[in-house]
Design a binder for this molecule. Structure first.
Ligand code: NAI
Ligand code: MG
Length: 486
């Protein structure tokens, strides 16, 4: 069994306390690796290294071109090593290998995108009414503490590191304790590519103490977090003490809305893909399926039948369409919601552990019909393959139900009526709205939520903006004294 080390100040190190965290293969429940269990002193070393690299190292005087080239190198290494990385990712979090392969390409694309963007960060000339030159400069925020979840481990690391580094920040990244392996696999590459020590630090550890120490440390200027709303709220409160910048990408309970005129087969596919991709462990999962009454029973029948045919299996089997959940904790959460749903609504598919597997955190793709939007399975994020199907009568009912949630990350609407599609797009309170599709995600387009799904945007030019400050510079061109007191 392999012990991995974490990256602090350009060196691969163990935790000072000498403790380790076991990493499981969720399909076999076997321990496949151990990673350092960082404590506050390890986090402090990483933050101090990032602080020094930002304040006085060669990074502070690096050019945008140089930073861009370094990011391209990382992207290329990910592409060159994509097969091995995908296998590690798939074993670590349980996602089907075919999905993991897409993820590795997406991670590489993210480094390329921000590698290119490094040289496109532009300032501004402000038209002030004076004999002066007024400029706005964009400067890096400083040391970024970045805390990520386990559902898309390397993709999430890329979404955090790439824009921050392009902007000129230095980073302390804390992967999720369940899925640290791909981030540690690439940890040594930063130094090899030519990043100065301390610019990228990757610290593995539990939420408490490691994540919490990153938030509490006065040396971090910004915290970027993706994860649960519960932890997002804690981070926001704790970051208040030194007014750290915070961006939060939290969960969702996203509506996937189907009108009767939608292409029926595409709709069935879209409903299942929207909620079951990546075992439903997706922040933008279309976990509330809203269906117009006139097609409701036929729709429920069709998704039920097709859900039963979804192929569960070992993550590394190329035919697998759904793997196990990431951890025992997540398995138990989702099993709890399956049981709760049986009391709250009508079970049509799944509802249990997938009993064909003697080991592993497998659950059946599960559909509940006739769900009341006020029930807990319609309000709480489950983060597993559990769909709540809700009928509606008219467009305004669909919009009202769609918006009746504390969350606002994503939504989708399916119809051939362009007027209706665009009305719904405008009426839904969510950061991402798909029409006749659900889930495609591109580095070029903004990603983030309304309401309790968080704030700030990742990806695109919005993503780098969150790592930049704006400095106003006023250059007086008038050589005479002001003469105010003469
Ligand atoms: P979590 O929010 O506890 O963990 C996410 C990250 O935050 C991990 O790196 C964790 O170590 C860290 N963390 C935990 N507590 C912290 C603290 N007090 N201070 C700083 N960092 C901390 O998510 P968890 O427990 O893995 O999953 C619970 C539920 O959260 C899931 O069932 C799902 O509903 C939701 N979730 C949402 C995600 C999203 O993408 N929006 C991703 C992961 C989970
Ligand atoms: Mg947690």
């Amino acid at each position: 069994m392999h012990r991995h080390r974490m990256l602090i100040n350009g060196e691969l190190v163990e935790a000072q306390g000498g403790a380790w965290i076991p990493v499981l293969d969720p399909s076999t429940e076997e321990i496949i690796a151990e990673v350092p269990a960082a404590g506050p002193s390890d986090v402090a070393r990483a933050v101090e290294a990032a602080r020094a690299a930002f304040d006085s190292g060669p990074w502070a005087s690096s050019t945008a071109q140089e930073r861009g080239r370094l990011l391209f190198k990382i992207a290329q290494r990910i592409r060159d090593d994509a097969a091995a990385l995908a296998e590690i990712e798939s074993r670590d979090c349980g996602k089907p290998i075919v999905e993991a392969e897409y993820d590795m390409q997406d991670a590489a694309t993210c480094f390329e995108y921000y590698g290119g963007m490094a040289t496109k960060v532009l300032g501004h000339v402000n038209p002030v009414p004076d004999n002066a030159l007024s400029l706005s400069l964009r400067e890096p925020v400083g040391v970024a503490g970045q805390i990520i979840p386990w559902n898309y481990p390397l993709v999430m690391a890329a979404w955090k590191l790439a824009p921050a580094l392009a902007a000129g920040c230095t980073c302390v990244l804390k992967p999720a304790e369940q899925t640290p392996l791909t981030a540690l696999h690439i940890a040594g590459w930063f130094e090899q590519a030519g990043f100065p020590p301390g610019v990228v630090n990757i610290v593995t550890g539990l939420g408490v103490p490691a994540g919490a120490a990153l938030v509490a440390h006065p040396g971090t200027d910004k915290i970027a977090f993706t994860g649960s709303a519960e932890v997002g709220k804690i981070i926001l409160k704790n970051a208040a003490d030194n007014i750290k910048r915070v961006t939060l990408e939290l969960g969702g309970k996203s509506p996937n809305i189907f009108f009767a005129d939608a292409d029926f087969e595409a709709a069935i596919d879209g409903a299942l893909f929207g909620v079951f991709i990546n075992q439903g462990e997706v922040c933008s999962a279309g976990s509330r399926i809203l269906v117009e009454r006139s097609i409701y029973s036929r729709f429920v029948e069709a998704i039920t039948e097709k859900a039963r045919s979804i192929r569960l299996g070992p993550p590394l089997d190329r035919a697998t369409k759904m793997g196990p959940l990431v951890s025992r904790e997540q398995y138990e959460r989702v099993r709890g919601y399956q049981e709760l749903g049986k009391k709250e609504a009508r079970l049509t598919a799944g509802g249990n552990r997938a009993s064909q597997f003697s080991r592993g955190f497998f659950v059946e793709p599960t559909i509940f019909a006739d769900v009341d939007n006020s029930s807990r399975i319609a309000r709480e994020e489950i983060f597993g393959p559990v769909a709540a199907v809700i009928p509606f009568d008219a467009e305004r009912d669909a919009v009202r139900i769609a918006n009746d949630t504390p969350y606002g990350l994503a939504a989708a609407v399916w119809t051939r009526d362009i007027f209706r599609a665009l009305r719904v797009v405008k009426a839904v309170r969510a950061g991402i709205v798909w029409v006749n599709h659900m889930q495609p995600t591109y580095v070029e387009a903004p990603w983030g939520g309304y309401k309790q799904s968080g704030f700030g945007r990742e990806l695109g030019p919005w993503g780098i903006d969150e790592y930049l400050e704006t400095k106003q510079v006023h250059i007086n061109l008038n050589e005479q004294p002001i003469g105010w007191y003469s």
